[in-house]
Design a protein around this ligand. Structure first.
Ligand SMILES: C[S@@+](CC[C@H](N)C(=O)[O-])C[C@H]1O[C@@H](n2cnc3c(N)ncnc32)[C@H](O)[C@@H]1O
Length: 258
């Protein structure tokens, strides 16, 4: 049996279903590759579940996928993922490969940055286009910039996830990357006076959200990654009002998400 278990974005998000499934597992891999996982959170989950977690990096998850699948044929194996377990390609491959091998796979959903970032931005979820990842080597190709341009041509907002490897990108670097490609390609995606939303450490104790111009966000000192950035498309009047209120009355800490 293979369980793909979402942990949510902080220890308090662990659902009763996730806790039960993990506590009945023979082995629990914790994905430490697709998100940043504080050590103290690992200790909390281990104590809630009563089992220890084996840290799984990229090589365990991708190159070692066959080994995990073989174990799941003869025992009850869980792969625990911060957020939701089926938002990253790595885990979807694990899911489909296991199903192809005739293994029972259980999916336990978890609260995801995809939902939380959209909610914290104040924009309506159904007015977002394709989510885009800013790659670490952002100078090599403008494809992330072009995807934002195509969302914007449809009037849609863009959620930007920022690459974590070899080092986590920051909101500031992502904005530099966008301004660089804007200067090169001039698709009207961004300018210094554009209002955008930056969120650092959503649901962490020091969660920080800032609604402001690109210029302002580049000056702000956000807590360390993980970071996301939201680039608006066309604004509905309700979204304009929300953005205005968040900008005027709710800078900084975004408590209440834990
Ligand atoms: C591959 S995604 C992981 C998605 C995760 N499985 C989920 O469902 O939440 C990792 C990226 O999401 C963003 N991210 C994840 N957690 C975050 C958080 N708590 N606050 C801000 N950004 C976050 C960062 O841009 C990070 O590089």
């Amino acid at each position: 049996m293979l369980n793909l278990v979402g942990l949510g974005l902080r220890p308090e998000h662990l659902t009763e279903e996730a806790r039960k499934v993990l506590s009945l597992s023979d082995k629990i891999y914790l994905d430490t590759y697709t998100n940043i996982v504080p050590e103290e959170w690992i200790a909390s989950w281990e104590s809630m579940v009563g089992k220890s977690f084996l840290r799984a990096d990229r090589s365990t998850l991708e190159d070692g996928m066959k080994a995990i699948i073989s174990e799941a044929k003869v025992s009850n194996v869980s792969v625990a993922v911060v957020g939701d377990p089926l938002t990253a390609t790595t885990h979807i491959s694990l899911y489909t490969e296991a199903l192809k091998e005739g293994i029972d796979v259980r999916y336990v959903p978890g609260l995801s940055i995809h939902t939380v970032a959209m909610s914290l931005s104040g924009f309506e979820h159904y007015r977002f286009g394709r989510t885009v990842t800013v790659p670490y080597l952002w100078r090599q190709s403008p494809s992330f910039y072009e995807r934002i341009a195509s969302n914007r041509s449809l009037g849609l907002h863009t959620l930007l996830l920022l690459d974590l490897h070899p080092e986590p990108l920051t909101i500031r670097t992502a904005l530099e990357a966008l301004l660089y490609w804007e200067k090169e390609l001039k698709r009207g995606v961004i300018d210094l006076s554009e209002l955008v939303v930056g969120i650092a450490r959503a649901c962490w104790d020091d969660c920080f959200r800032f609604v402001g111009t690109v210029e302002e966000l580049m000056e702000i000192s956000f807590p360390p990654p993980p970071h996301v950035l939201i680039i608006p498309g066309d604004l509905h009047p309700i979204e304009e009002e929300t953005l205005y209120v968040l900008r005027r009355h709710s800078h900084g800490k975004c408590k209440g998400t834990g």
